[in-house]
Design a protein around this ligand. Structure first.
Ligand code: AMP
Ligand code: MG
Length: 321
């Protein structure tokens, strides 16, 4: 059930190391997956583990990024409409999960949204609202049903259709980085992939990690709630993240595959708390597109611990299973 709670503005520091800790600590920040990634890792092998985690993130980026020329997704985008493109088992597994997710969300989440993303080009220097006719033409190039997987071969039914895993890849990367850290015996760490958080174990004080949820209407770092997490992910999709403003209206980066417009499900922020960051990433994007009423009808089909939404009147609500 959705329980309304008052959005209290609170400001906490994410990592608050009050006491020294016996464990060795390594911290590093790098740019990858089109975002700033910060990892802080505790344990005897913290240094090796953090390097291996970044290597893993870059490996996955080379597989999945549609901005990297020779990634497997770019290869599909370039020629899968002409002939099937063979990709790795890993990419096939990711695509299958993403396509199944698209189906479960009735297309609210759709990895074939790339032609629309390119049309809107929200992050360009002078973004503009595309003409209606162009949005309509581009919409005919969006539809996850047109991705056909046969063994390891991927085909795209129509020329111009392309895949963009931007709504899922950071989550997948977070899960893979956690796996790598665990293989080095790491139990405690905090991973921040451009706001896509994974909190492993405990913080330096031996307590659950405190994750501040960004208040969409306030400056970065001003939080409206705190979630205390251990071995959980917190993934947020928000219209305040990437957008431009025209005549008082916000045009943001999460697009509705049904209308071709920035999604307007009545929400400005959706945070999913879960065990699985890949699924949480897809779910936060999907709930943002669908809005609460649509999501409530199908919520039982999804894995999550808690969803926190903020609507356009700045009311926050939580939904638990
Ligand atoms: P997120 O910030 O995780 O909600 O993902 C937003 C990113 O996912 C955008 O920058 C696009 O690359 C892509 N995207 C936009 N709209 C959709 C959608 N409806 N379904 C799947 N991916 C989308
Ligand atoms: Mg997402």
């Amino acid at each position: 059930m959705f329980k309304k709670f008052i959005a209290v503005i609170m400001c906490f520091v994410l990592v608050s190391p009050l006491f020294g800790c016996a464990e060795k600590k390594a911290s590093s920040t790098e740019f990858a997956m089109n975002t700033v990634i910060s990892l802080t890792v505790y344990g005897d092998k913290a240094d090796e583990a953090i390097n291996a985690a970044f290597d893993e993130i870059k490996r996955v980026e080379k597989l999945l990024s549609c901005h990297i020329e020779n990634s497997e997704i770019s290869k599909i985008n370039k020629s899968a409409h002409i002939a099937p493109v063979d990709v790795s088992d890993e990419t096939i597994a990711i695509l299958k999960k993403a396509l199944a997710f698209s189906e479960k969300t009735n297309g609210a989440f759709d990895i074939t949204v790339k032609p629309l993303v390119d049309l809107w080009d929200i992050t360009s220097e002078n973004p503009a609202i595309p003409p209606k006719e162009q949005i309509e033409t581009t919409l005919s190039l969006v539809g996850y049903e047109n991705i056909i997987i046969n063994g390891n071969a991927v085909s795209i039914a129509k020329e111009g259709m392309q895949i963009d895993l931007g709504g899922a890849a950071k989550g997948y990367c977070a899960d893979k980085a956690v796996q790598v850290l665990k293989s080095f015996g790491i139990k405690n760490a905090i991973l921040d992939l451009g706001g896509n958080i994974y909190a492993m174990g405990k913080n330096e004080q031996g307590k659950n990690w405190r994750i501040g949820l960004q208040d969409p209407s306030l400056k970065r770092g001003d939080h409206f709630a705190i979630e205390e997490l251990s071995d959980k992910t917190a993934v947020t999709s928000g219209s305040y993240e990437r957008y431009f403003e025209k005549e008082g209206k916000i045009y943001h980066h999460i697009l509705d595959p049904k209308t071709g417009m920035p999604a307007d499900g009545g929400l400005i922020s959706v945070t999913v708390i879960s065990d699985n960051s890949f699924e949480a990433d897809m779910l936060s994007t999907a709930v943002f597109v669908m809005g609460e009423d649509e999501f409530k009808k199908i919520a039982q089909d999804f894995e999550f611990e808690k969803i926190i939404t903020v609507d356009k009147y700045n009311n926050a609500r939580t939904y638990t299973k």
